[in-house]
Write a protein of this length. Structure first.
Length: 119
């Protein structure tokens, strides 16, 4: 019994081809074909899983909106910094220089007293 390698290869390739073609002969069953439930039905409506949000407060009237805007603009103009007016910036800088000199004088006076008091 002398079987050549060539014949073994031919038989194995043939067996693989026959098995592959046999698998193609019977298509798989459609999904859920054996289930008593039917698949999803196309209702034409998009499913919503959450309720629609509702407004928590009442809306502003036009008069309330105008009053709020004027109140905000007054508050905004009241918060303008010194960079908006050069005169105000110069005055504040002079105040800071005066405060610095006063603090230096106070510090020298405190240091003078602390060096003369016994410990």
């Amino acid at each position: 019994m002398n079987i050549s390698v060539k014949n073994i290869m031919r038989f194995s390739v043939g067996a693989i081809l026959i098995a592959g073609l046999g698998a193609c002969a019977s298509p798989p069953p459609p999904p859920m074909s054996n289930s008593p439930l039917t698949g999803p039905v196309n209702t034409g409506a998009y499913p919503h899983f959450t309720p629609d949000p509702k407004g928590e407060t009442t809306q502003f009237t036009p008069e309330e909106k105008d009053a709020l805007r004027s109140k905000l603009s007054v508050a905004k103009s009241g918060q303008a910094g010194p960079s908006s007016d050069p005169a105000v910036a110069a005055r504040r800088q002079a105040e800071m220089q005066l405060l610095k000199k006063q603090q230096e004088a106070d510090l020298k006076e405190i240091e003078g007293k602390s060096s003369t008091t016994p410990q």
